[in-house]
Design a protein around this ligand. Sequence first.
Ligand SMILES: [Ca+2]
Length: 386
Amino acid sequence: MVLAALAARAGAAEGPAAPAEAPPKPMAIVVLPFTSEEEGLGPKVAEMIRTKARRLGAVTYDPSSVADALGGEAVSPDAPAERLAAIARERFKADVAVTGHVGGREPYEVRLLAVYPAAGGRPRVLENRYPCANHHVIAIEMARAVREVLGLPPSADPDALDPDAERRWREGPNLVRNPGFEQPSAAGTGPADWQESEPQMAWTGNPDGRGKVLKFDMDGPTAEGYGLDYYSDWIPLEAGATYRFSCRYKSMGPTLKVFLKGYHPFEASAGYAAQRRETYRRQVHPYGEAGRWNTVTADFVPGATRAGQLPEFLKVDLYAYYPAGVVYWDDVVLKKIRDAPPPADGEGSRAPRPALADPGYGDGSSLRSDKPPVAPAAQAPPKEKP
Ligand SMILES: [Ca+2]
């Protein structure tokens, strides 16, 4: 338990009391720079903390004014608490300064230090280390940490870590078949359980390690046009359940997106053959530095905005566009981490169905068949291209 692990180095007895309700006056929290082994992750974690603190009603300071006030002075969790307290008090008039370091690379360990200046006394210090399996867990743990730093009681809000969901994420079956592209298709020309490779794609060795990856080598016209999609095979899906997706990727330049597309099987009608059509979409935004492997993780609850169109199948669509260049994909994971809640009974639906909490992509005008056309029709769904 995180709370129990928190230790006050000094002056715990004289620290600010943790109010049971919202504090009478907003606390001012200055988030000092975070360092990290993984490039760029430190500032990201600092931003998570700042955003959460602001949502909880605290006064925060934007990163550029913090940088200005520090004037190039380096801070780290190893700095003396007195100095961090002096920075908080004298330069920001803040109630607490937070800094930290993100060690490791999946798994990570976030070391977080909060220093509370005390008038005429030694500052109170809270320090904790949070083991985090991935970026998603870092976000959850930092949300909890901010509540502690602000002296707020733990909350059962959606940020709270769900131990059962985390266990299912660790131990549950991967619903993506051939997730690392290691098994060949019957023809031996590409990975089993994924679509046939198209021009500008290759099933090839991992340039940085063992095993196979799926490679895009996208030319300019394609990058500036419709980009490249690479689809998984059908994966059975339960609307209303919570799923977690992750994959690894290395982009040498192109912008990446992953579309998790839910399909409903429509019966034949009005001259159209029976077919599965897209009624749900979750868009995932891979991020991270170009030229190295990164991992993105996203939770989603597939549903539909129209009755009778709940998605029953899913395809993973690995997508890249502008600018031209090479992308490698590997290790695609999809796991069900929570079952769908039982349907509401009694006097009708008093609350929105959980399946609708994530409305996805239920706009009937954007339905399209499972296989993207070579030249997408006018109704091709928007991809938020620049
Ligand atoms: Ca692989």
